[in-house]
Design a protein around this ligand. Structure first.
Ligand code: DC
Length: 226
């Protein structure tokens, strides 16, 4: 029998990471943070001065990343590239912007496809991203599309960055989020759209625990819980 997968897609800042981590913990399943793969590719490109316009060079880089995800403290995963912990570096605003450009390239997406599919290991996988339900795991028995207003997502991100000591303004963040949404949704390769059979959840003004309850109820209805 194939390994069950729950896909969690949606725009940045909608709460996908929190939901995916809680779901994976609750079910005892593995978790794939596919955005980290694009972020690491962008990080490696910036570090090696690979132009963000050179699609083939970026795809080669993506295919050969010496990447490891290591479970750390509660809710955290260390991202190691060639033995170096780059977990914080890949979350910077410059790396986010570069990741969005790299992720728009078909050859890069193709280079990362197998690596993502190989993460579907028993007893199950929660896959967090933009195209988990539409492209990477189209047969997944439960697909979630988690969204929230751009304002709510900007505020969430603003609080996260302030806590990390990065200086940003809310207005600038909102602008960046809207630009990135437009790029992710309008690109030709794997645009950010809900799968036709996805359950769409708008998390604006809804607590993370109530979103989790909704998804667990669905998982139970689909007999994904043992
Ligand atoms: O989820 P995130 O912010 O870490 O994702 C980083 C970038 O990668 C973002 O621009 C969206 C893109 N991405 C993608 O195109 N497909 C995925 N499956 C995951 C992320």
């Amino acid at each position: 029998m194939s390994v069950p997968v729950i896909t969690v897609d949606g725009p940045g800042g909608a709460g996908k990471g929190t939901l995916s981590y809680s779901l994976a913990s609750e079910l005892g399943w593995h978790m794939l943070d596919s955005g980290a793969l694009y972020r690491v590719t962008a990080f490696a490109a910036l570090a090696k001065d690979v132009p963000l316009t050179d699609e083939q060079a970026l795809a080669d880089l993506a295919r050969h990343l010496a990447l490891e995800f290591v479970a750390a403290a509660e809710g955290l995963t260390q991202v190691m590239l060639s033995g170096e912990d780059i977990s914080l570096a890949i979350r910077s605003e410059s790396c986010s912007a570069a990741a969005s450009k790299v992720a728009a390239m078909g050859a890069v997406r193709a280079a990362l496809l197998d690596r993502q599919r190989q993460m579907a290991i028993a007893p199950g996988l929660v896959a967090d991203g933009r195209d988990m339900g539409t492209v990477v795991f189209p047969e997944a028995p439960l697909k979630i599309f988690l969204t929230a207003s751009a304002e709510a997502r900007a505020e969430r991100r603003y609080r996260q960055l302030l806590a990390k000591g990065e200086s940003v303004t809310l207005a600038r963040l909102l602008e960046t989020i809207e630009e990135r949404d437009a790029r992710d949704s309008n690109r030709a390769e794997s645009p950010l759209v809900p799968a036709t059979d996805a359950l769409v959840i708008d998390s604006t003004g809804i607590s993370a625990s109530s979103v989790l309850d909704t998804v667990l109820r669905e998982a139970r209805l689909r007999r994904l819980l043992s």
